[in-house]
Design a protein around this ligand. Structure first.
Ligand code: TRP
Ligand code: SF4
Length: 398
C-alpha cells in the first residue's frame, strides 16, 4: 500500500505557544504515525514580510524546532528540515515563475489583506507578491499528496494545484514516460493491471469512451497507487501521457479553539499566550491572574461561564464532570474563580510536563538540534533533487 506523503511548514516565529500546539503540532504528531511526513521551517518566508528585521531568524528557527521536538515530532519518523538548506526550492520557484500569471498571485486573498493589515510595512515588493508561489514550490518539489494547513492557507493550496496543472500541461511528457507508466500499471496488481490494459486499448484504439470512464473509475479506486502513479496513469489511459508535478490536497486542520488568556485568539502580538516551555510557576501565575466574567466582581456575585475565558479553557481541558461543576458553581456563586481555575492549572501543567521534559535534552545540546536539522535537510534535499531533474529535463534544461 502506498503511503501518501504529508508536508507542512511554519515560519520561524520562535517559541511556540499553546495555540500552535493545539492548532498544528498535535496534528503533526498524529500524522507522523500514519504517513511519511516532512516538516520544515519556512525561513525564506519570514523574509517576505520581515526583510527589515532578520536578526532573530536563526534563533527563532532553533527555538521553534526544539518546540516541535518537545511536542513529540520525532525525527525517526518525520523529516525535519530548514527551507534555506534546500536551495532547490529557490530554483523551482524561479522556474514556476516563468509560467505563473501575475493575476493568479494578485488575486490570492491574503495578498491585499496583508498589505492593508501590515500597512506600517512596505510590502510592495516582488518577494511578497511571490510568496504563495514560493509556497507552491515548497510543496510541489516533494510531490506531496497532503498539506495540513489552516483555513487561511487553503487558497494557496488551490493555487498550487493550478500551477501544477499548468506546468504539466505546458511541459507535458515526463522523461521515460512510457516505461514509468508500465511500472505504475504493475503497482496496480496483476488482475487490475490487466483490466486497465484492456480498457486502455479499447479507448486508445477504438475510441470507446465507456472504457475510458471505467478505466478512470478503476484508477480512483486503486488503493495501491500513489497520487503520482495515479495521475500518470490517467494520462497513459488517454494516450496523452504527461506528469511532472503532482497536485496536492489540503488537509484542513480544524481551527484551534485555543483561546488566549484574555479570551481572544492566542497570539504573541496580543500578549496573551502560554508558551510551550513556560515553567510551572509562570503557568500557574498566568492562569491565576486571568480575567473572569466581569459581572463576578465579588465572590458572592453569580457569574456566566459563557462570558469567561476560563470556561473556554475548561472546554479544552476538563471532563464533563468538571464542566458541570463549573456551570453549576459559577452560576450559583457556589465556587470562587480561583477554585474554578485550579483544575485548569493542573490540566495544563500535566499536559506540559512531558513536553518540558523532552525539551531539556535539546535545550542543553544545541549541536544535537543542528544535527537533526542537517540530517533532515540532507534527506529532503535528495527528494527535491529527484524532482528537479525531471523538471529541468521537461523544460529543456539539461
Ligand atoms: N505560508 C505558510 C504560513 O504562513 C507557511 C508555509 C510555507 C507552508 N510553505 C509552506 C505551509 C508549504 C504548508 C506548505 O503559515
Ligand atoms: Fe469564570 Fe469559573 Fe469564575 Fe465562572 S467561576 S467567572 S467560569 S472563572
Amino acid at each position: 500500500m502506498y503511503a501518501e506523503k504529508v508536508l507542512s511548514g511554519m515560519r520561524p516565529t520562535g517559541r511556540m505557544h499553546l495555540g500552535h500546539y493545539h492548532g498544528a503540532l498535535v496534528n503533526w504528531v498524529r500524522l507522523q504515525e500514519n504517513y511519511p511526513c516532512l516538516f520544515f521551517v519556512a525561513d525564506w518566508h519570514a523574509l517576505t514580510t520581515s526583510y527589515d528585521d532578520t536578526g532573530t531568524i536563526a534563533d527563532s528557527t532553533r527555538e521553534m524546532v526544539i518546540d516541535w521536538l518537545a511536542a513529540g515530532v520525532d525525527p525517526a519518523k518525520s523529516t525535519i528540515f530548514v527551507q534555506s538548506k534546500v536551495p532547490e526550492h529557490a530554483e523551482l520557484t524561479l522556474l514556476l515563475g516563468m509560467v505563473t500569471p501575475l493575476a493568479w498571485l494578485e488575486r490570492v486573498p491574503t495578498y491585499k489583506d496583508q498589505i492593508e493589515k501590515l500597512s506600517h510595512k512596505d510590502l510592495g515588493t516582488y518577494g511578497f507578491l511571490g510568496y504563495p508561489l514560493m509556497q507552491a514550490a515548497d510543496i510541489l518539489i516533494y510531490r506531496a499528496d497532503k498539506v495540513p494547513v489552516g483555513e487561511d492557507q487553503v487558497p494557496h493550496i488551490e493555487m498550487t494545484r493550478e500551477i501544477a496543472r499548468r506546468f504539466n500541461h505546458l511541459f507535458g511528457r515526463e522523461p521515460g514516460f512510457e516505461d514509468k507508466a508500465r511500472e505504475s500499471v504493475k503497482k496496480m496488481g496483476g488482475k487490475l493491471g490487466k483490466r486497465f490494459d484492456e480498457l486502455r486499448k479499447r479507448f486508445t484504439e477504438k475510441g470507446d469512451t465507456d472504457a475510458l470512464a471505467e478505466g478512470q473509475a478503476l484508477l480512483h479506486e486503486a488503493g495501491s497507487l500513489s497520487n503520482l502513479d495515479r495521475e500518470r496513469l490517467f494520462g497513459y489511459l488517454e494516450g496523452s501521457g504527461k506528469l511532472i508535478l503532482v497536485e496536492p490536497g489540503a488537509l484542513l486542520t480544524e481551527a484551534s479553539r485555543m483561546p488566549g488568556l484574555d479570551g481572544q485568539k492566542m497570539s504573541k502580538s496580543y500578549g496573551n499566550t502560554i508558551a510551550l516551555r513556560d515553567d510551572p510557576e509562570t503557568i500557574t501565575k498566568k492562569i491565576r491572574t486571568m480575567q473572569t466574567d466581569p459581572q463576578r466582581a465579588r465572590r458572592t456575585d453569580p457569574g456566566d461561564p459563557e462570558k469567561c475565558p476560563v470556561w473556554q479553557f475548561h472546554q479544552i481541558y476538563s471532563t464533563g464532570e468538571v464542566k458541570d461543576w463549573v456551570q453549576q458553581g459559577c452560576r450559583s456563586a457556589g465556587i470562587g474563580c480561583l477554585e474554578c481555575k485550579q483544575p485548569v492549572i493542573e490540566a495544563v501543567l500535566k499536559e506540559q510536563a512531558p513536553i518540558r521534559e523532552r525539551a531539556l535534552r535539546f535545550q542543553e545540546d544545541p549541536a544535537l538540534v543542528d544535527h537533526i536539522i542537517d540530517e533532515g535537510s540532507a534527506k529532503a534535499r535528495a527528494l527535491a533533487q529527484d524532482t528537479m531533474r525531471d523538471v529541468r529535463a521537461s523544460m529543456g534544461l539539461v
